[in-house]
Design a protein around this ligand. Sequence first.
Ligand code: GCU
Length: 343
Amino acid sequence: MNIKLRLTALALAALTALPALGGCAASASGDRRIIRIGHNQSTNHPTHIALLEFESFIESKLGDKYDVQVYPSELLGSQTDMVQLTQTGAIDFCVASNSILETFSENYTLFNMPYLFASADAYHAAMDDEAVTGPIFDSTKKAGFESVTWIDAGTRNFYTINKPVNTPADLKGLKIRVQQSPTNIEMMRLLGGSATPMGFGDVYTALQSKIIDGAENNEMALVDNGHGDVCKYYSYDMHQMIPDLLIGNCAFLDGLSAEERAVFDEGFALINQVERKEWVAAIENAKDKAQNEQGVQFLYPDTKPFQEAVAPMHDAILAKYPDLQPIYDLIQGYNAEYPSTAS
Ligand code: GCU
């Protein structure tokens, strides 16, 4: 067991022991109830910065009652582990990629569709519209958790150790790490690469030991997770804009008074605002560092052949989940309003 795994196992053991000890999963510190929030990014990441603002905000308003604790870097486990901990109430919140939530509720499949959004502006406008997000965010309530805000995670693109990807044909024979979601596996199949699903925390070692030939993610992964130390080609095929979600345990959220809930809702909105603002600067910085310090070459392929290869997925997903059609149509409205600016 490596050190990180051991820490995770210890953290999980400690957390799951809490109900037995105190009867309540999220224990109290003094008279204050501890609120635990887990995520898988580093402490430099916009997500962490935004969650610390949330911590300050909640404690400035309700600090006599709540002690918010933010656990970065998979300290509480992988995203899948953390979703399960949130589901049972062993922790109160975690940040999860929309990709992995697809296995908890089929509604989340929608935001995993490749080339769903025509532009970043269309993506942001759609995600800010509760008519789009509401039916998706609420769809896991029966499973014990719900999404309380979305977090920008940019655009996902392919990057490889030593083979530039300019067309889908370049992916043939390459083992590419994808997030653990049926949609992502199907996307890779249609693009001709070999999908290798694994958790985010395992990707660096898999690249370094050449178990995989590449991965796909936003630019932060190059710098913040060191993937750009190994992968020298980053190809802007722009296949997905997949949001992260802050998910919360329903029993905790439903137990808040109306006044407290209003404060928490303000805090959730703050996370979204802070993260999006930080994101813009973080991506610029990541691009600069990747290019100038890690020697990563950025490629700008024609995205059309990639888009055409995966286009059948839209109809296939909508045929399988017809309830998603009205939300898909709303998104098409935003796509018409904010079309791609790419030439
Ligand atoms: C991004 C995203 C994470 C996700 C990761 C991944 O970094 O923000 O939530 O876990 O991609 O590829 O797994």
